[in-house]
Design a binder for this molecule. Structure first.
Ligand code: PLP
Length: 347
């Protein structure tokens, strides 16, 4: 183990890491038949899978995923952040896609053992994190549109660098009426793979116009904003923090929930989960988006069909405070009164 570890330490260029895939030693795999029980799986070498061209996921998109991070903390140990929330959301997403939900113990075991077996791929403190990707697919063959007869659960990991290199940068979002992310009572509140396939084309057009991301409106009447591609949105107006209420088409982010609690309990702020209009965003004092990958990323400008609005050209004090609190707890530099940080057993 020691020799392998030092080989990896030399092979990975920690300073060159970006948010992209670096293959690691192993991945976890478990299987389940329709209506059947999930059987505990095992670690296997990281590599390609062999599945039928008639697999449910390949033809009808039956799949859901999660995104989490493991990182070295200031206490010189490896930690996860609120992993049980991801386990539960993974179950809820699976249910919506007619995939047998995975028991929480198998999920946690899979995550811990995959991180443990690839522990030497966790970047040094401050150089990034080990991104964890749990994913489940309908892998059994189907021809007609129906749930696949069997399912495969995989956890793979990859070292990643900070999402935005060179520190915090203010994003410029496009508010589009050309596309919607999620329909009312659709799959917007599930981390369903198809949601992301549908987001690629709108994002490609937005990027070609020079925007960083899209701010999506609600599909029913476009009266309020929902979220940013793959991150939740917050605005600060007159000292009140507001975020769009979870109405069924917004993904319930773990970072979103953490920021709400930090603002209420550590900054004694009023937080409202409510409707947020485009003009609320344009007139806000601070705007930021949240997610496991994005952490807390400030937004400086939005452009709507009516025109361009500058919100701010610097990171606001509340955004900065929330960022410092969240990342301080995550890195174990600050006390964790919520019990959010889960240390990995020492391997
Ligand atoms: C994953 C995701 C988020 C952020 O969720 P976190 O649990 O904070 O990582 C927000 N919106 C969408 C659409 C997502 O897929």
């Amino acid at each position: 183990m020691k020799t392998v570890e030092s080989e990896v330490m030399e092979a990975v260029e920690w300073d060159e890491l970006s948010f992209s895939l670096t293959p690691t030693r192993s991945m976890y795999m478990a299987e389940c038949d329709l209506g059947g029980e999930w059987r505990p799986g095992e670690l296997i070498p990281f590599g390609d899978l062999s599945i039928s061209p008639a697999a449910g996921v390949l033809n009808y998109g039956q799949g859901v995923f999660e995104g989490m991070k493991a990182y070295r903390s200031a206490k010189d140990r490896i930690v996860l952040f609120r992993p049980e929330r991801n386990a539960r959301r993974f179950q809820a997403s699976a249910e919506r896609l007619c995939i047998p939900p995975l028991p929480e113990e198998i999920f946690m075991n899979a995550v811990l053992s995959t991180v443990g077996d690839n522990i030497d791929f966790v970047p040094p403190l401050g150089k990034g994190s080990l991104y964890i990707r749990p994913v489940v697919w309908g892998t059994g063959p189907v021809l007609g549109v129906q749930p696949a007869p069997s399912y495969t659960f995989v956890v793979y990991v990859s070292p990643v660098g900070p999402y935005f290199k060179g520190g915090m940068r203010l994003l410029h979002l496009e508010v589009t009426k050309q596309f919607h992310r999620a329909a009312p009572r659709g799959t917007g509140n599930a981390k369903a793979i198809g949601n992301y396939a549908a987001s690629l084309y709108p994002l490609k057009l937005a990027k070609a116009k020079g925007f960083d991301e899209i701010l999506y409106l609600n599909a029913s009447d476009e009266a309020c904003v929902e979220e940013v591609g793959s991150a939740n949105l917050f605005i600060l107006s007159d000292g009140v923090l507001k975020t769009p209420a979870l109405d069924g088409s917004i993904l319930p982010g773990v970072t979103r929930d953490s920021v709400i609690q930090l603002a209420r309990e550590r900054l004694n702020m009023e937080v409202r989960e409510t409707q947020v209009s485009v003009s609320d965003v344009a007139q806000a004092d601070e705007v930021f988006c949240t997610g496991t990958a994005a952490v807390i990323t400030p937004i400086g400008e939005i452009t709507t069909e009516e025109g361009h609005n500058v919100i701010t050209d610097s990171v606001g004090p509340v955004s900065r405070k929330l960022y410092d609190l969240l990342t301080g707890i995550q890195k174990e530099e600050l006390e964790d009164p919520f019990g959010w940080v889960t240390p990995l057993e020492v391997y």
